[in-house]
Design a protein around this ligand. Structure first.
Ligand code: NDP
Ligand code: GDR
Length: 378
């Protein structure tokens, strides 16, 4: 039997890397679309790279962009994929307020471009399509927990763009009988998470604080509640959604919710770091630091002992409209896909902190070696 062919947009991102690895293990030939950038952007998938001069590769990268129809048509024509996973997006909610038009172009119209490419090339009956939809669609939540039938109320340019993506997938499924479906995935994290998303920002900061490379972590809304799972577990569900008899949309979530503040505490606990909370909203949740109770004062940074950290609320990280709470009900996926979240939050935090600690140790060693070299030349 010939190998299945998958095309992944956003292959250089967190989910793209896990999905590519997963599909290769399943015996797929995996093609991915990467953007042209002035610096290398393939760190997360370099371990999968195959020399283009070798015949019969099962991992192939193509230059393309979600804002460029002709590149998408050309790649799909060349690859003739059995499955397309559309993971590419300007995926940062806060950034979408700064770049709303670009976000709409890539995250909304980009989906349309792919679906039209499938149609133009006459692949409607061959190519199955997965769309990376999101819990951000629920925004100002109308029902808790959120499931497939919960009404949407997007709260950012990102979420509004993804709303278009969601509905155009449903429309092409109904209008043209395409096998196209939405995975409404709640937040999922990993050591491969981008450094500016809150979980990774936290685990990276506590690791650096533990090694004396940083003393303060600036955050925005500490009371936001999220349903966090592990990206490795979630990409398996993306694949399963394309292996069903009928295309359907599914919520994927853990069904457990924590605040940003709790995430900081879990991460700090991993490395035995004491926390001082400062700034607007820092005292709102009634947390009293058992190591150093009471409000911190100006100049406290200088007085900190090693292994202690300041978490300072910085309003620059507040969003014009915020999604305060998300909690998923994945009963449908549990029944039809056999979903149960294998990784707990504490396992996830531990894995992320461990990875960031070892990266920070490398930085600390380099810094130390740098200082020694400087001393030597003096
Ligand atoms: P990342 O931000 O890590 O990855 C996004 C990918 O999209 C990167 O490969 C990026 O390329 C690529 N990309 C961005 N813009 C373009 C463009 N114009 N043309 C081509 N490629 C582009 O996101 P995740 O892996 O975390 O998420 C994957 C998808 O799932 C996204 O669509 C996201 O919106 C959605 N999602 C994510 C959730 C999560 O919690 N992680 C939850 C629900 C949905 P580059 O590497 O060059 O930047
Ligand atoms: P989110 O993830 O917006 O849920 O989108 P993010 O980690 O950016 O924010 C989660 C919550 O934390 C609050 N927060 C901060 N966020 C960031 N990034 N930086 C901070 O300093 C900070 N302080 C507090 C935020 O306000 C928010 O409430 C992610 C993305 O992966 C989307 O692509 C995806 O669709 C959704 O998850 C589901």
């Amino acid at each position: 039997m010939s190998k299945k062919i998958a095309l992944i947009t956003g292959i250089t991102g967190q989910d793209g890397a896990y999905l590519a690895e997963f599909l290769l293990k399943k015996g797929y030939i995996v093609h991915g679309i990467k953007r042209r950038t002035s610096l290398f952007n393939t760190d997360r998938i370099d371990h999968l790279y195959q020399d283009p001069h070798v015949d019969n590769r099962n991992f192939v990268l193509h230059y393309g962009d979600m804002t460029d129809s002709s590149s998408l048509v050309r790649i799909i024509q060349q690859v003739q994929p059995d499955e397309i996973y559309n993971l590419a997006a300007q995926s940062h909610v806060a950034v979408s307020f700064e770049e709303p038009e670009y976000t709409a172009n890539s995250d909304a119209i980009g989906v349309l471009r792919l679906l039209e490419a499938i149609r133009i090339l006459g692949l409607e009956k061959k190519t199955r399509f997965y769309q990376a939809s999101t819990s951000e669609l629920y925004g100002l939540v109308q029902e808790t927990p959120q499931k497939e039938t919960t009404p949407f109320y997007p709260r950012s340019p990102y979420a509004v763009a993804k709303l278009y993506g969601y509905w155009i997938v449903v429309n092409y499924r109904e209008a043209y009988g395409m096998y196209a479906c939405n995975g409404i995935l709640f937040n999922h994290e990993s050591p491969l998470r981008g450094e500016t998303f809150v979980t990774r920002k936290i685990t990276r900061a506590v690791a650096r604080i533990a090694l004396g490379l940083q003393d303060c972590l600036y955050l925005g809304n500490l009371s936001a509640l999220r349903d966090w799972g592990h990206a490795r577990d979630y990409v398996e569900m993306q694949w399963l959604m394309l292996q069903q008899q009928q295309p359907e949309d599914f919520v994927i979530a853990t069904g457990v919710q924590y605040s940003v503040r709790q995430f900081v505490e879990f991460a700090a606990t991993e490395l035995g770091i004491g926390l001082h909370w400062e700034g607007q909203g820092a005292d709102e949740v009634g947390y009293v630091d058992s190591v150093n109770p009471g409000p911190a004062t100006d100049g406290r940074v200088a007085q900190l002992k090693p292994g202690q950290a300041i978490v300072r609320v910085d309003p620059r990280y507040f969003r014009p409209t915020e999604v305060e709470t998300l909690l998923g009900d994945a009963s449908k996926a549990r029944e039809k896909l056999g979903w149960s979240p294998p990784t707990t939050l504490s396992e996830l935090v531990k894995e992320m902190v461990t990875a960031d600690y070892s990266a920070a140790r490398r930085d600390a060693l380099v810094k130390m070696a740098g200082f020694q070299a400087y001393d030597y030349h003096e």
